[in-house]
Design a protein around this ligand. Structure first.
Ligand code: COA
Length: 308
């Protein structure tokens, strides 16, 4: 008894910022950013707040899944960049979409946030507590990064994605691997002035070890091989991280969806943004076996195998 994704939605800020534009405000270049990360541009929320984006992505997911707002029993918003501490982004989403019957709370799992929220939603469904859950990943990373730190600020972007889960009694797969935490990416300083600092190379090494480990563990738990997997949707941080993980796994690169050239690293929003984009392009077909892998700040990682 697990929840199946029955609708997805996303929202991207209207304003895009190219690498060339960044090179006018800091010492960087399109060539450096593209070669080191694969990013060409990112969306930056100038007008929108995190909750604005979350609510819009949520409304679109409900519309796509043909689910009424009052059917939603729980809203989980994965974010590390909520507008304020109270009300949570999830509470603002609840009010905006009119989900009057839903409990709503935020969950901060950094870039692993959506997968952690996904797995939390599955646990509620499996326990028989809720049948219909809305999970949102939304981030305004542009407000969290230190724009004077070129090695970190150029990597991130803003956006939101959402998925509605409905109880599905006969769905065959849902294998979950765990979450671990230590501290390498951290946000320092007193509350409102907090800015992200990161040891990029250490995070890189962590990611290229964790992704293959996570994919292999999920396949083992499900009793299948990576050949039996149709798609791997990894957190979109860096194309070199994806390429190195693919080499280690020996899997075909086409099975790893990627869109970070256009969005950069949108943290908890990257996986639901990818899911929604893949659905729109008709890439997700019933019966396909999909692995989601999140990794990032904490350091944390989380994975799940599911069938669409
Ligand atoms: N533009 C131009 N030069 C830059 C730059 C930028 N935006 N950022 C850093 N540099 C410079 C550095 O100052 C350094 O210069 P130096 O050799 O004169 O000291 C040089 O480029 C190389 O820096 P280095 O840190 O060795 O580069 P790298 O190959 O490790 O790439 C990252 C840096 C951050 C792109 C890479 O480590 C990475 O992607 N890590 C993973 C980060 C990540 O994805 N985090 C989020 C996970 S959720």
């Amino acid at each position: 008894m697990i929840g199946r994704v029955c609708g997805t939605g996303s929202y991207l800020p209207i304003r895009t910022v190219s690498n060339d534009e960044l090179s006018h405000v800091m010492e960087t270049s399109d060539e450096w950013i593209r070669e080191r990360t694969g990013i060409r541009f990112r969306h930056v929320a100038l007008e929108e707040t995190t909750s604005d984006m979350a609510a819009e992505a949520a409304a679109r997911a409900l519309k796509n899944g043909e689910v009424n707002a009052d059917e939603i029993e729980l809203i989980l918003t994965a974010t590390s960049s909520s507008d304020v501490i109270y009300p949570s982004a999830a509470c603002i989403v609840q009010k905006r979409i009119g989900a009057q019957n839903a409990l709503a709370f935020d969950l901060n799992g950094a870039c692993s946030g959506f997968v952690i929220a996904f797995n939390t939603a599955q646990a509620y469904i499996r326990a028989g507590i809720y049948k219909t859950i809305l999970v949102v990943g939304a981030e305004s990373m542009s407000r969290l990064v230190d724009w004077s730190d070129r090695s970190t600020s150029v990597l991130f972007g803003d956006g939101a994605g959402a998925a509605v889960f409905e109880l599905c009694k006969d769905a065959p797969y849902e294998h979950v691997v765990g979450v671990r935490g230590d501290t390498l990416i951290r946000v320092g300083g007193p509350c409102r002035e907090q800015r992200m600092t990161m040891d990029g190379q250490a995070v890189f090494r962590f990611a290229v070890t964790t992704i293959p480990q996570c994919v292999n563990e999920l396949c083992q738990k499900a009793g299948v091989t990576p050949d039996d997997v149709d798609w791997v949707i990894c957190h979109q941080a860096n194309v070199r991280i994806l390429d190195a993980s693919i080499r280690r796994l020996g899997m075909p690169a086409e099975k790893f969806y990627r869109n970070l050239d256009r969005y950069a690293n949108t943290s908890a929003a990257s996986i639901p943004l990818a899911l929604d984009e893949m659905r729109e392009k008709g890439l997700l077909q019933s019966g396909q076996r999909i692995i989601l892998v999140g990794f990032g700040g904490g350091l944390t990682w989380a994975g799940v195998m599911m069938e669409v």
